[in-house]
Design a protein around this ligand. Sequence first.
Ligand code: PLP
Length: 324
Amino acid sequence: MDLPLFDVAPGLARRPFISLAARPTPVERVPALGERVWAKRDDVVSPRYGGNKVRRWEWLLGLARSKGARRIVTVGGLGSTQVTSLCVHGHAEGFEVDAVLFDQPWTPFVDEALLLDERADGHLLKAGGYLRTAFKTIGVLRGEPKALFVPPGASTPLLNVAYVDALLELAAQVERGEVPRPDRIIVACGSGGTAVGLALGAAILGWPTVVTAVRITDLLVSNPLTLRALLSGTQRLLRREGLTRPVARPRLEMDHRFIGGGYGFSTPEAELGARRYGEVFGAAGEVTYSGKAMAALERIVAERPGETLLFWNTLSTTGREPRG
Ligand SMILES: *Cc1c(COP(=O)(O)O)cnc(C)c1O
């Protein structure tokens, strides 16, 4: 595998890596949303199950395999796409995946996620509230001392480099004239690794592009301080791995307007956004991630008529359960 990231931080080429993504993911115009709106289709990054965790698992599963770990333990909400994606890709690569799940508001998408987790032989432990989830997770890890632990959201400096590379992939598509360089990238923001990676990638290239991180989880988990810590941690890792060029100040903004009652809680805008997502991308949207990101996109299209906008699609449209 030869990633554009290896030109920027050559040391990363020596890190363990398992190739999972179909590169490059398509870029396309979305006329239904406006003349200057484009999408980056990470929803189709893998036929098994797409979305924005797949590029991270290339590094994570590579690390797990190099350490001889057979088992991976993670934590997420009942309908967490991070959990589904890890169950699917971990299983396909021969790992056992344990997931400790905390409660979230029930939606049809939660049912779908649980079904996909079970189909991929995920070992699911439904723990209840956050505190019980923390205790249960400690218990599982005690019983499995050799397991690799993936924190909720899976945004660590090593995994965040996946989206620095994804931005460089976009830059090559811009260079080839497949898509204009966006003034702004709109992306759902949970634990923040995707938005941070993209903003850092743009800063490395000296692009003036702003990344708007649409907050879809609670402020305690995702806020300007956590994003800044992820930015500096990821940048430090890149420097250790050979990044020598000067990096401009990353242009990362948070949009807090669409979170409503918190992670997984629906809002009228998220319902509308989920429906729009389905119309545009041809697979059901949901209210936790895509509905809120889509609501933000539509608002920003109206607020910023002069800007070229790129919606970075983080929700899988592949490997999903069709429902009627
Ligand atoms: C994980 C996820 C996000 C959030 O990504 P972060 O990098 O954790 O901010 C957004 N959308 C979907 C569909 C996800 O699975």
